[in-house]
Structure formats: C-alpha cells, structure tokens
Ligand binder design. Sequence first.
Ligand code: ADP
Ligand code: ZN
Length: 598
Amino acid sequence: MSTPLDILVSVFGYHAFRSQQAAIIDHVVGGGDALVIMPTGGGKSLCYQVPALVRGGVGVVVSPLIALMDDQVAALRELGVAAAALHSGLPAGEAAAIERELLAGRLKVVYMAPERLVGERTLELLSRVPLALIAIDEAHCVSQWGHDFRPEYLGLGVLGERFPGVPRLALTATADGPTQRDIVSRLRLADAALFTASFDRPNIRYHIRQGEGLREQLLAFLDAHHRTDSGIVYCPTRRRVEETAEWLARHGRPSLIYHAGLPADTRTANQRRFLREDGLTMVATVAFGMGIDKPDVRFVAHLGLPKNIEGYYQETGRAGRDGLPANAWLGYSLADVVGTRQLLAASDAPEERRRVEQAKFSALLGLAESTGCRRQALLAYFGEQLPAPCGNCDNCLDPPATFDATEAAQLALSCVYRTGQRFGVGYLIEVLRGGDDPRIASLGHDRLALFGRGQERSAAQWRSLFRQLAARGLVSVDIDGHGGLRLTDAARPVLRGEQRLHLREENGTRERRRRKGGATPVLASAEQALFEALRAERRRLADAHGVPAYVIFHDATLAQMAAERPRTLAELAQINGVGAAKLERYGAEFLAVIARAE
Ligand code: ADP
Ligand code: ZN
C-alpha cells in the first residue's frame, strides 16, 4: 500500500504536507472521523483526496455547487485520478455510465450533490461498493447560523448509520462555536476528532483605506500592482456592481459581473470565464465566491464595507490560494458606514439577531479604523494570538499618523447636539466651517457659539473625524434615511473631557506615498518573460483540453520553472506541482518552451 507521502509526491507533485494535513490524513486513513476547520486556501481538498487514494474503495465527496464539482473532477483527471461527479446537471445516459463505473470499482473519487447522495437509490447503490471515506465539504451549509444554509445538507445526518465503519470528514472554513456545534450534532459526528489549522494567511497583504475617491484609488492600486492579474472586486449592491464593472472596463480592465439579479445562465457563464481565463476582474456582490477554488486570484478588493469580519475574512481568503503574494484591499467612506448601519437597523430580523449583527459590524469597523497590525486584529477576532505585528499589512508597513482629536471631537459632538441631532454630516460641516448653506441663517445656526469655529480643518478632515466617531459608536445614524446624527451614551465621557480620543489623521498624501505598498510579483524581469511564455503555453494546452488553465499547472509551479529552468524531465519532476501524470502529459511541451528561452 502507498503511504500518504508517496501519493502526495507521485500524484500531486508536492513535496510536503502543509500544517495539519498529515495529521488529518493519518487519522482518516486509520478509519477515524474528523471535523476539519481550515481557512480558505488552507488545503482542505488534499485531506480527503489523499486518504481516498490510500484506502481501498471509492471516496465520496459532498459538495454544494455543481459548476465547481466539474472543475474539481477535471483537476483530478489531469492528475491521472479516476474521478467523476453525479449531479442533476448530467444527461441521463452519462449518469448511468458513471454509476456503472462506480459499481465496477473503477472510480477512486466521486463528487455528489447532497440531495442526490441521500436519495434512496444512491444510498442503495453506494451500499454495494466499498467506500474509502465520505467527505462533506463546505460543512457549515448544514447550520442555520451560517450564511450559506442549505436545507439539503440536513439529510446528510443519515450517512453514519447507513455506512458504519466508513470514516467521515466534515470540512469548513467557518470557525465560530455555534456553527461548529451544529455541524457535529446534525451530521452526527460526536466522535470526530477536531482539527483546527491556524487562520493566518501570511501571503495575503491587507490594505484598508478610508475617504473619498475610492474607485480611483482602487484603480491606481490595481494598475500599479495587478496589471494582468485575475481578481475580485466586491460591491455592496447590484447597482454598484454594474457601475463599477463598466467603469473599470472603460479604464482598460476586462471585467465581468456577478450578482443574484442576473439570469442563471449569465451567472454560470461569467463564473466559468473567470475560472478559465487569465487576467479578468470579477465585480460581484457576495453572492459570488463560495467554493471558488481558483488558486491564482491575486487580489480581492472591497468597495464599501462587508457586514462582519467573518464575511470579510472569507472573501479575502479567496486571494492567493496558491501561496504566492496577494493583496486584500478595502476602501470605504463615511457614506458606507452610514449606509450599512441603516441597512442593519432597517432589517426585519428579530431584535436579538439585529443586536448581534450591529455588534459584529462594530467589530468590523474597529478593524477598519484600527491603527495597529491588521493581521493581529483579524486573528484575535478568531481567538488566535499573533505574538508580534505581522510586517505584511498596511499599518505595519506604513504606520498611520494619529493625533489627539479630543478638542475637535468635542466641537463636532457639540455641533450635533446644538443643531438638534437631526442633521447629516454635510450640514454639520457647513456649520463648523462657517459656510453659507441657506438653512443655516433661517434656522439661526449662525448664532451658535461654535458656528465657524472649525475652519482650521478642511471639510475632508471633518468628514474623516465624523466617520471615526460613527465607527467608534460615539454617534449613531438615524435610520429614517436622511442620515441625521445623534449622540450616544459613549459620547458623554468625551464631551465632559473625561476621555481623550486619538484618531487617525487624514492627510491625503498617504495614498500617493503608498502606491508602492502592494504585494509585489515574485519574479525578476528576466524570469518574467519566460513566465509569460510558460503561461501562454498553458493557455494553449488548456484550450486544447477544455479545462481551466490552473488545472494544467498553477502560477506557483510556472514561476518555479521560470526561476530554475529545468532542462530534463527528471529536473522538471523536482518542481513543486509536477506529478507523474502531468510530467508525462505536458513535460516535453514545457521543457521546449524553456529551451527556446535559453
Ligand atoms: P481549501 O479547499 O482549503 O480552500 P484547497 O484544497 O483548494 O484549499 O488548496 C488550496 C491550494 O493549495 C490548492 O491550489 C492546492 O493545490 C494547494 N495545496 C494544498 N496542499 C498543498 C501542499 N501540501 N503543497 C503544495 N500545495 C498545496
Ligand atoms: Zn501587520
């Protein structure tokens, strides 16, 4: 029998397991159940693919999305592994053929939609073949607490009973306690060993920007660091998705869109193109992304605020799954803070739930406004301690200036109070800076002692200050839609002078200084040309075989080829990601490209 390491090297072409992979695989090969919690891009697939190949019989993998099963199957077939997917999208004849293969013991891995698996016909079919294991991917879909609840997942509870002695794994990137408990009880995994990997994604560089003109800032960032890369831009609404995509395309970025309001076939087509082609930007709502396992997404940007840190981390986690440097970029303005607060307040969820959602949003704002290491804050939220600042986030690389904002904040808060706690930020700034808004005179606000007392700060600086007061919960935003500010209890100690406030300085030079700050490509320019030539060869082969480019080789593998320039098949086999099947299938082609570059 092959060992897991043999399989890793010969089939997958990798040299070593990552973090918990070896322990999980040993446990499952030994027949144990497991609950695996690993961040997106952590390497969950190998945790069931390798044991499926080591143990006798077929590995059954439950996956929620049809389109992605097909790509997983294509990837396994490229590795020389007999794999198939059974789901409702198949023509009847094809499903029957796969079932025959399964019964004949010719398949090593079979992917199934949950509703298909728990149908009595399929259960009966599976009872007639030896099973290596049952893996339930995206297992948080079984939990009503999660954001991706799928009722079909509830039926999976029967599997332990129906297939006693077959090891079962549940895998997810969602870590919180209630979800974990739901997974264990609904999937009846009480005896499963729990494996949690670190949530750190060290190759992702986090950047969070505040202020105005964010779209332009984002474009400048992408032009500086990601000219030809694939990436995702998340927007909070469908309208912003469409506007942003159009705007990016006009500025020379080939962009696709994805949101729940599009016809299903448009969504599928766009997702497919994004997965298969290089260098596209997907502009989307959060409806896009679950299970997207494209390894070479080089950036994930947010225009506007996510609702909580879980969502933000899951979305940014789609960047850099191949382990190469990647950027997460978030930009938001005061209007985004106000908008999301209003949205959450106006939801018709029960009171308790709304309170939790507001608290989670506050935690996200805390991260966004923080002046310390982003990674430390993120990991702390998931209960992990990073002992030192990471050195790979915006605040570590370029510490933001702060100032004692106590007096300015008192002035701003008084202005809210003295004008009756009903005006939005635009008007308040007019009053503070002594502007000529006609309402000021008619309401007598020009007779307030604080009228015009804030002239030494620009409107942008006041805007930044109000944003930070709102983010820290010193003012709340009216939910009637006019964006009027009110003081909260938290404002009192500041107004009374019992608490000093240190806030981020808005100075506008920051973005210009920082354009150099992105995670940079890994290759020197001499290697870059060869890398591009290898990519072109990959494109050609992918088109010829009808598979996504990354299924042939990952960027990381091509980058290593470009750097090391192997001359023989034996040398090529040493490159990470070159397994036996791919060596035989594509080795000669890629060696030829390298030889031509000599
Ligand atoms: P997840 O499902 O946890 O989000 P994947 O299983 O898709 O992550 O793995 C992420 C990427 O890392 C994939 O491209 C995979 O091929 C790669 N990978 C996983 N394990 C290893 C390893 N031990 N060595 C090298 N690459 C790995
Ligand atoms: Zn940091």
